[in-house]
Design a protein around this ligand. Structure first.
Ligand code: OXD
Ligand code: MN
Length: 596
């Protein structure tokens, strides 16, 4: 398999610690995957679904106490605490290795340790980074086979002395009080123990492609971001690419797979998906910023996915998919989730595997009475996506015209605005936020600041991360323009004003027109805001130019309140917040104060 001594001795050491009954190398072949699926079905770890309706699809249930990422149990273990920063949890590396070794010791007795060589990005490309994940979970192996590029070509490329990220995962006893997701960026190492939930255990994803990769990107002069990547095709065949960062559960997968409104489809516009969650960005030889999606599949939230919100995602997960914690329709051995359609199954098991009474479903108590868990997922192959970009496997990536940040704000942020420079754009990213609205009244709830949607995913100090953004701006001669969008403004009744979903395409077109210098805008205290007439509302029911004007207003008082909140947030991040961003904040305050 490999002669890499470092790799082999690390595996020996981890096997001696975990004491599995046997070691099995994962070669990426369909034959091996099929054997593992059969084994998982024989033990009840997975359920094979209706082969006619959902070919090659499986259902898995995690432990009831293990259904989401656990930020409180996620650690960045740098030698110096200040390098992990104030936002991240930290444990001193040696102490952490010792504490976790006790949990791993003998944890794989009676189990198999699977060795998964995988690549984030296209094997052999400039963007690619390699990892080996050791795990005692077949579910992890089968998900990694979908989400990453697995195979021995990775070992060949690592060669005798190449770099790779060492990932160790054990379900151990699934003890939530001893659950740890730990990153050792100085050692290229990830240790995850006592969880079986995707975001905690598919180590290629959040742990490697964001936390460790953000660290590597800073060292090596590139960026790892929590961004979708999409291409907008114009009727003349030209395609322009956008990458966009939104906090979790703000519709990234939906935007990435958007279907343009009919009036645009008829003219020949299309949207192509390159990625729905993670972008790795590098400066290309032509001075533009190029993006690849390092993943090979989608790990999407199931509830709310339907023929209206995201038909492409629905089609993507109708074959070769693994469903986690959804509702099981026992009548036809298929799956269901809240928001799929209005026909909940009458003979079903809920995400916990208990008989489910759909008549008792109470929307206010989603976890207790729902059929599917609100964070239930589908793991689906990118290549099954009907709108997958033909550039998906391009090792050079796609050139990015616009970077879009987005939050969920009831009042503050307008539908869309453009920053005035890269530095100002980095500032706009750094102040990203989402808030919960008290449903009926439209009252503004708490604000969670989530810079660049990376709050849970930066593998080092957040102030240093901002500084890296500013540095990168200096290295990109032909940098993308930076925008901010907010699909979630509400009216006095708390209802969303903008229809969202496919209609967001209208905003993307304005963004791209700005990048091309094809449309004017009004300069306001926060940046460039569209002229209402430049957002096309043709064919949009119930939306007038006045609605758009209203969606584009900049409300002085709520922005000034936000400035105060941002100042406190910067203080919490600490002294490494770059002076340039503090100046941007001061400038914003001054412009707002001067506003009529
Ligand atoms: C995700 C997340 O699972 O951001 O993608 O939480
Ligand atoms: Mn995500």
């Amino acid at each position: 398999m490999t002669n890499n001594k470092h790799l082999l001795s690390w595996i020996d050491e981890m096997a001696a610690l975990c004491q599995p009954d046997q070691l099995v190398w994962i070669d990426g072949s369909e034959e091996q995957a099929e054997k593992l699926r059969a084994e998982a079905c024989s033990t009840g770890e997975m359920i094979k679904l209706n082969e006619e309706k959902l070919p090659n699809c499986y259902l898995h249930r995690t432990a009831v106490n293990d259904v989401a990422r656990v930020e409180g149990r996620t650690f960045i273990c740098t030698r110096k605490k200040e390098d992990a920063g104030n936002i991240n949890n930290w444990i001193e590396p040696q102490e952490c290795y010792e504490r976790l070794s006790k949990l791993y010791r003998g944890a794989m007795k009676g189990r198999t340790m699977y060795i998964i060589p995988y690549s984030m990005g296209i094997v052999g490309s400039d963007f690619a980074k390699y990892g080996i994940e050791l795990t005692d979970s077949i579910y992890v192996v089968l998900n990694m086979l979908i989400m990453t590029r697995v195979g021995f070509d990775v070992l060949d490329d690592i060669g005798e002395d190449g770099d790779f990220i060492k990932g160790l995962h054990s379900k151990a006893t699934l003890d939530e009080n001893n659950r740890y997701i730990c990153h050792f960026p100085e050692d290229n190492t990830i240790w995850s123990v006592n969880s079986g939930y995707g975001g905690n255990v598919l180590l290629g994803k959040k742990c490697f492609a964001l936390r460790i990769a953000s660290w590597l990107g800073r060292l090596e002069g590139w960026m790892a971001e929590h961004m979708l990547i999409l291409g907008v095709e114009y009727p003349d065949g030209d395609v322009k690419y956008i990458s966009a960062a939104f906090p979790s559960a703000c519709g990234k997968t939906n935007l990435a797979m958007l279907i343009p409104p009919e009036i645009y489809r008829n003219k020949g516009f299309k949207v192509w998906t390159v990625g729905d969650d993670i972008a790795w960005l590098r400066v290309g030889a032509d001075g533009r910023l190029y993006a690849v999606n390092p993943e090979n599949g989608f790990f999407g939230v199931a509830p709310g996915t339907n023929e209206h919100s995201n038909p492409n995602a629905l089609h993507t997960c109708m074959r070769d998919a693994i469903f986690t914690n959804v509702c099981h329709n026992l009548d036809d051995n298929t799956v269901w989730w809240e928001g799929l359609d209005n026909n909940p199954p009458h003979n079903a098991e809920n995400w916990r595997g208990e008989i489910w009474d759909y008549t008792k479903y109470d929307k206010a108590d989603k976890v207790g009475t729902s059929g599917a868990h609100p964070n239930s997922r589908f793991t689906a192959k990118a290549t099954n996506c009907p709108c997958l970009s033909k550039e998906f496997n391009n090792p050079a990536g796609v050139p990015i015209s616009a970077i879009v940040f987005g939050g969920r704000r009831a009042r503050t942020a307008p539908l869309v605005y453009q920053s005035t420079s890269w530095q100002n754009g980095a500032f706009v990213g750094s102040i990203m936020a989402s808030e919960t609205t008290a449903a009926a009244s439209g009252a503004v709830g708490g604000v969670r600041r989530d810079p660049m949607a990376m709050r849970p995913f930066v593998g080092y100090d957040m102030g240093d991360y901002f500084a890296h953004w500013l540095e990168m701006g200096k290295k990109i001669p032909n940098a993308p323009k930076i925008f901010h969008v907010n699909w979630f403004r509400t009216d006095e009744n708390g209802d969303f004003i903008w229809p969202g979903y496919g209609e967001n395409f209208r905003v993307l077109l304005w963004i791209l027109a700005r990048c091309e210098g094809k449309v004017d805008a009004d300069l306001t205290a926060i940046g460039y805001v569209p002229k209402a007439e430049d957002i096309n509302i043709e064919g949009l029911d119930g939306i007038t130019e006045d609605t758009i004007r209203d969606l584009l207003t900049v409300d002085k008082e709520s922005w000034l309140a936000d400035v105060e909140n941002i100042r406190e947030f910067y203080e919490m991040i600490g002294e490494r917040v770059p002076a340039e961003l503090k100046e941007e904040l001061a400038g914003l305050k001054e412009r707002l104060t001067e506003m009529e």
